[in-house]
Design a protein around this ligand. Sequence first.
Ligand SMILES: [Fe+2]
Length: 314
Amino acid sequence: MNDYDYEQDYDYEKSPFFLILILILILILILILILILISLKFQTSMTADFFAGLERLYNGYVDSFRNADGVLPEMIGLKLRHTRGVVDDAVLIMEGEGWSAGDRLIGRAGALLHDTGRYSQWKEFGTFQDLKSVDHARRAVEVITREGWLAGLAAAERKVVLSAVALHNRRELPEGLDNVIAAQARLVRDADKLDIFRVIETAAADGMLDRNPEMTWGLRMDGTPAPDVMRAVAAGTTIDYAQVKSLADFILIQVGWLSGGFHYRTALRLAAERKALEFREAWLGKLCGVDVVKECFDAVRRRMAVRLTATGAV
Ligand SMILES: [Fe+2]
């Protein structure tokens, strides 16, 4: 008796099992294709749409710091307005420097995100002084990463934005920095300084500075500037913030930015147009006498004039 050979007799290609298997394989292939397309879509370059989404996420995050009545605490509101000012100033600088559309979007993102760390810093420590709390730039990178705001951005662009954020509050940029990162970091640093001018001028005028001594690091309001701070400002060298002991020193730090702190000439031009030097000269004149600071301000005025009238690359 012959054994029945079921393998020979069975038509696999017509069996429901075989058809289901093929169907499953096709479905798996389609799924893989969809996943590839999704990952490509989410690993995008910075676009206007991506930036708009980033702004929505950022505003939603800031909303989480509102009081129960929906109002932002005064100092949190101050940082949000500052951030918007930094974005606006970054746009002006990039226009003046003739940046490409793609670079401008990255620049706006760095400006938008640069002070992300301020909100939780204020909530946890009640201060904006990094030395007494946390490095707010490092905190910003932590929050941005944890929230996944840049997860969909192409890795190279994500690195540029996060680096600009991380480096925005360094006294000096590290040497040997990648050119693209350096350009974006300098943009945020310049735009930040420009808007700090506005913040301090507004706060000095409307009494906010008196209500919130924290804005000037709780420094004593009287006293003449430290001679080493004045020397550094006149020479255009950076100032160690540990040297800053009084409101006069604090104001001089900002004068020092005009002396040598701005990288882009457009930023310096904007500061000059906004009379940043004149405002501080009058302020310090009232605080400690015109004669005390005249030499320092004259030196800064000369340095600014040389830089603003120079031709060629800066
Ligand atoms: Fe900052």
